[in-house]
Design a protein around this ligand. Structure first.
Ligand SMILES: C[S@@+](CC[C@H](N)C(=O)[O-])C[C@H]1O[C@@H](n2cnc3c(N)ncnc32)[C@H](O)[C@@H]1O
Length: 283
C-alpha cells in the first residue's frame, strides 16, 4: 500500500466520527509515523510496509478514543519552534502566538535591543515553555525565567529548550512568583488557567478528558490567577515595565476593572474571532 492510499483510508475512518479536523489529523499521523515531511508525503508517496501500517492503525485507534492528535504525535509547532507535548501538559494554542507578538512589538522587545542591555522577562504558568521559548528564541538579549508548579510540565519545558537549542530561558518549579522572590522584571507574561470551574465539564471532550485540569481551572469566575498576579505586579515589575496576559474571550471588562483598582492601565488586542484576547498592563 502507498502512503496516500493509507492517508485516504485514515481520513475516511476519522471522518466517520465527529472529530474536529479528520483530514488534518490523518495527515499528521501518517507524516509522524513515516518520519517524513508533508512535502515528501505528497511528492514521493512512498510504499508503506505492514509493520508501519499496523503502527498507524494503533495511533488511529488512540485518536478514535478521543486523545488529542498533538499528544499522539507528541509535538506541535509554536512560533516556528518544535514543542513536545504529552499527557500532563497543556497543548499550546494558536491564539497564544498573539501574546508573543504583542510582547515583541512592545518596543523593548524588538530584534537586538542595542547597547547590550539585557531584558528580563518572567513567564508565569509556563506549561510546555512555549511562550518563554518563543520569546527567548527571538532575541539573545532576553533573559527569560519561567515558573510552573507542575513537575510534568517543567519536564517538557526543559526538553523543549534542549531540542530548540535555546539557552537564554530557565525553568523553575513553584507557585507563581514564589521561585523569583525579590527579583524584578522588564516584562511579565502569562497565559494562566482561566476557565470557570463550572464550565470545565462543558469543554470539548478532548480537552476536559485529556488536558490537565490544573492548566484550565481559573476558579469560580475564572479570574483567580489574574487576581493573584495583578496584586503582586507592583513588587515584581521594574519601573516602566509591562505585563501581558492571554485572557478569556469575555473577561476583558472584569479584568480592566480589577487592574484599575491597582492603578494599572489596560489595553487589549483582539484574537482571530474579534474578541479581546491579549491584555497589556502598565502603571
Ligand atoms: C493555561 S496553562 C498555560 C501553559 C502555557 N503557558 C501555554 O500558553 O500553553 C497554565 C499552566 O499553569 C500552571 N499552573 C497552575 N497553577 C499554578 C500555580 N499556582 N503556580 C504556577 N503554575 C501554575 C499549570 O501547570 C499549567 O502549566
Amino acid at each position: 500500500m502507498n502512503a496516500l492510499e493509507k492517508l485516504n483510508e485514515v481520513a475516511l475512518i476519522l471522518g466517520r466520527e465527529e472529530l474536529h479536523s479528520p483530514a488534518k489529523d490523518a495527515e499528521l499521523i501518517i507524516v509522524h509515523s513515516l518520519g517524513i515531511s508533508r512535502e515528501t508525503l505528497f511528492r514521493d508517496n512512498p510504499v508503506i510496509d505492514k509493520k508501519t501500517s499496523d503502527h498507524i492503525d494503533a495511533l488511529v485507534f488512540r485518536r478514535l478514543m478521543g486523545e488529542p492528535v498533538q499528544y499522539i504525535v507528541g509535538e506541535v509547532e509554536f512560533y516556528g519552534l518544535r514543542i513536545r507535548v504529552g499527557g500532563g501538559v497543556l497543548i499550546p494554542r494558536p491564539e497564544t502566538e498573539l501574546l508573543v507578538d504583542e510582547v515583541l512589538k512592545a518596543g523593548i522587545g524588538g530584534q537586538g535591543s542595542g547597547g547590550g542591555k539585557k531584558i528580563k522577562i518572567l513567564d508565569l504558568c509556563t506549561g510546555s515553555g512555549c511562550i518563554a521559548l518563543a520569546l527567548a528564541s527571538k532575541n539573545p538579549a532576553f533573559e527569560v525565567l519561567a515558573t510552573d508548579n507542575s513537575d510534568e510540565a517543567l519536564k517538557y519545558a526543559r526538553e523543549n529548550a534542549g531540542i530548540n537549542s535555546i539557552r537564554n530561558a530557565r525553568f523553575l518549579r513553584g507557585n507563581l512568583f514564589e521561585p523569583v522572590q525579590g527579583m524584578k522584571f522588564d516584562i511579565i507574561v502569562s497565559n494562566p488557567p482561566y476557565i470557570r470551574t463550572s464550565e470545565i465539564p462543558d469543554l470539548q471532550e478532548e480537552i476536559c478528558n485529556w488536558e490537565p485540569v490544573n492548566s484550565l481551572d481559573g476558579g469560580e469566575d475564572g479570574l483567580d490567577y489574574y487576581r493573584m498576579i495583578i496584586a503582586s505586579l507592583g513588587n515584581y515589575l521594574l519601573p516602566g515595565g509591562k505585563c501581558f496576559f492571554e485572557v478569556g474571550w469575555d473577561q476583558g471588562d472584569a479584568l480592566t476593572e480589577l487592574a484599575r483598582n491597582y492603578g494599572l492601565r489596560s489595553e487589549f488586542k483582539k484574537d482571530y474571532s474579534g474578541h479581546d484576547r491579549i491584555m497589556m498592563l502598565s502603571f
